[in-house]
Design a protein around this ligand. Structure first.
Ligand SMILES: N[C@@H](CCC(=O)N[C@@H](CS)C(=O)NCC(=O)O)C(=O)O
Length: 416
């Protein structure tokens, strides 16, 4: 039956290479997790800032500083460091920051740690982004963000809640989420920034909320079956406004990445096992995603004017040797990977060799957004891997580990 469905022959690597676009422009183009230098039209000699952040483009406190530098258009260098749950910390970094904590930033050679201290120093040097960190209204919003964070942690990270406790934790979370919606409504625009609620881009107050509200949206869907964007339309409008902006989209992660990266970071995230939770988790794990609950961004052409599927192809080709070497199938992953990539770019189903579904699904489960590619490209690649695996059968690999992500050690991918 599977043979009858497949209608293309897997292209060889030369043919695939010929179809791939050039790498994205990382210095002046839209925000990109792979950049190591951002100039915003200024000469490299003017760069005063180095941001030390995680290889995974996952750390929420790093995302806050990253977004600030991007929206404020301050030129900066990026040096990447491994978070402990993915692999060993680089000794050059612990020599600089003994705690190993990220983010860290050098401004005119002076080292600063703690994301809030970093934003204060950046505001001092370059001017605030909307109302600043010490504005009274921003201080109140920062406190609200911490309240929301605590309500989320209580709900997501407390093991074995009974039904009543589960409902209580949800109600507590929603009560604070409604306060965030009230703060948005009070400004009368689409941002929390009290100085420019209707401005062209978000202010510092918004950036303080972005990383964790993005993680709340993802994790509460996956572990609790809770549709944050449906339940809180004010927050949905705020996300929609963010998702209009290429700068935000360049840093945006997806539900799959967050759902599997959060547990080791948070010391565990607990599912409530209700039917809506199981349905959402399955849609995410199988690569289909959560459509509008995940993002309003559906464009098939990326911010670099390249088709999202072509960008996914280019990103896989860059690392293809390491991807094959690290796959459970080893060298036998070569043909099924080409079959999935052929499907990705042609839309034609392409039969993988027998008994390769596990290898295809292993990769499907390890595409990290935005580290590897933008959200839309990852969606298409996951779907292509799953559709190709389905031609071979139902076999599933073990799910990604829950207590660490050493399977995501960045070292084999640093010098392709
Ligand atoms: N309060 C700190 C928190 C920073 C933080 O918790 N960083 C985590 C990553 S999200 C970290 O570096 N952990 C060490 C590691 O995972 O290697 C800040 O605002 O900068």
């Amino acid at each position: 039956m599977a043979d009858l469905l497949a209608d293309a022959v897997a292209l060889n690597w030369e043919q695939l290479e010929a179809l791939a676009p050039a790498p994205a422009e990382r210095c002046e183009g839209p925000a990109n997790a792979q950049s190591t230098l951002r100039l915003f039209g200024q000469p490299e000699s003017d760069v005063r800032v180095t941001l030390f952040r995680d290889h995974h483009a996952w750390c929420p406190y790093c995302q806050k500083v990253w977004l600030w530098l991007e929206f404020r258009r301050v030129p900066y260098r990026i040096r990447k460091v491994t978070m402990r749950c993915y692999g060993p910390k680089e000794p050059w970094f612990t020599a600089k920051v003994p705690s190993g904590m990220l983010p860290a930033l050098e401004l005119d050679g002076q080292l600063i740690t703690e994301s809030d201290r970093i934003l204060e120093a950046l505001e001092h040097a370059f001017g605030a982004l909307g109302a600043g960190m010490h504005d009274k209204r921003v201080r109140r919003l920062r406190e609200l963000e911490r309240l929301l964070f605590r309500a989320w942690c209580l709900w997501l990270c407390t093991p074995r809640l009974n039904n009543r406790q589960e409902d209580q934790a949800r109600e507590q979370f929603q009560a604070v989420a409604r306060q965030m919606e009230a703060a948005l409504a009070e400004g009368g625009g689409h941002w929390l920034d009290p100085d420019h609620p209707g401005g062209a881009h978000p202010g510092t107050a918004d950036l303080v909320f972005v990383p964790y509200v993005e993680r709340m949206n993802a994790s509460l869907a996956y572990f609790k079956g809770f549709a944050l964007r449906d339940e809180h339309p004010g927050i949905d409008r705020w996300f929609n406004a963010l998702e209009q902006l290429a700068t935000y989209r360049g840093t945006q992660s997806d539900v799959h990445t967050h759902a599997h990266d959060l547990p080791p970071q948070m010391g565990g995230c607990w599912s409530n096992g209700r039917p809506e939770q199981q349905a959402m988790a399955l849609a995410v794990d199988q690569g289909a995603g959560l459509a509008a609950l995940e993002t309003s961004w559906t464009a098939q052409i990326g911010d670099d004017d390249v088709r999202a599927s072509d960008r996914a192809l280019e990103r896989v080709l860059r690392h293809r040797s390491a991807l094959v070497a690290r796959n459970p199938l080893g060298a036998a992953f070569d043909q099924p990977l080409r079959a999935a990539l052929t499907h990705l770019i042609s839309g034609k189903l392409c039969q993988p060799n027998a008994d390769t579904a596990i290898g295809l699904r292993y990769l499907r489960d390890r595409i990290s957004v935005p580290r590897d590619m933008p959200l839309q490209s990852a969606r298409l690649l996951r779907k292509a891997l799953e559709a190709t695996a389905a031609l071979d059968g139902e076999a599933q690999p073990a799910p990604p580990p829950f207590e660490h992500r050493f399977d995501q050690d960045p070292r084999p991918f640093l010098n392709p």
